[in-house]
Design a protein around this ligand. Sequence first.
Ligand code: ADP
Ligand code: MG
Length: 351
Amino acid sequence: MSKHGISLKNIELSFGSVKVIKNVSIEINHGEFFSFLGPSGCGKSTLLRLIAGFEHCQKGQILIDGKDITHLPPWKRKVGMVFQSYALWPHMTIRQNIEFGLKEQKMPQKEINYKVDKVLELVSLKEFASRYPNQLSGGQQQRVALARTVVTEPKVLLLDEPLSNLDASLRVEMRQELLSLQRELNLTTIFVTHDQEEANTTSDRIALLKGGIVQQIDTPNNLYDTPNNLFVANFIGSANILKGNVIKENNTSKILISDTFKIPVKTDILGDCSILLRPHTLEVSTKDDCHLEGKITNKEFLGNMVRYFVKVLDNELIIDSIHFKSSALLDIGESIYIKTNEDENYILKNE
Ligand code: ADP
Ligand code: MG
């Protein structure tokens, strides 16, 4: 695959007898903003620490720009890592914090000053250079941590939940800053997060992990639209999933839900399956033009849309209905007919 970037090849890692990374292979392109996404404990940080050289795998190979770095110590990997806790030196000014790594490399002071000035400009902290970390806001400290890493000109930037210590609105702002910094430097970046919105809004591609196993590597929209399995379907976005049996009648496929309802689908799969119905693709309809029937058990008015919770057989489905001033809301307790969208319906094998 791509020579420039990061290759993880068949990585396995155990802590004692517990295998936490299971045969992971990922190819990350040069300049890509790539995320490791998944629930807590799925192995995201461990994978990142493996690339940084803080952990060592029992099996597999890691390449950066085509060079095997599997057995190199961290300081020889040309990798920059930013931690969740920014780990700034409290007794050093911002400038001293940022230049620390360059001084360690015994770089001439003139060159250090030039590089630090440039990076201070890049993260808009020029006027804060002589302050101490505790005189900065959380977002500014985060930028110092980033500056301190990128000033060393790593080949790869590794970010482990770098925004999780910030409050919600700052997180949204910082993720865009992070992305524009990454684009400006054209720096191959791996971003670890458990927050799918953070991953979706920044990433070129995402690897979704569960229990140390890669479930799918794809663009944010492909993960949402064409999930590989039920875990991915459930993890990304809101999902209505109904179990059923797919049959073919007169060349068209349908899924039978508990003998009661038939939903038309476009698929080559037959037999025991599940159907994924995204909430915004369901429509309230009429008796002669419906695929499902149910009863509204709850509703949430969200301004641009109304989210209805609807009991269908033993399932609770979500219907997200776009709201207009002119449209009346449905009532809790009301029985409704539901139409699905054949082009949007997605069939998945049961596991
Ligand atoms: P994530 O970052 O996705 O939340 P981690 O990579 O931190 O997950 O952890 C993956 C699994 O490995 C977890 O079950 C965790 O408890 C375990 N683990 C992580 N570090 C160690 C360690 N040093 N020793 C033993 N188990 C560990
Ligand atoms: Mg982690």
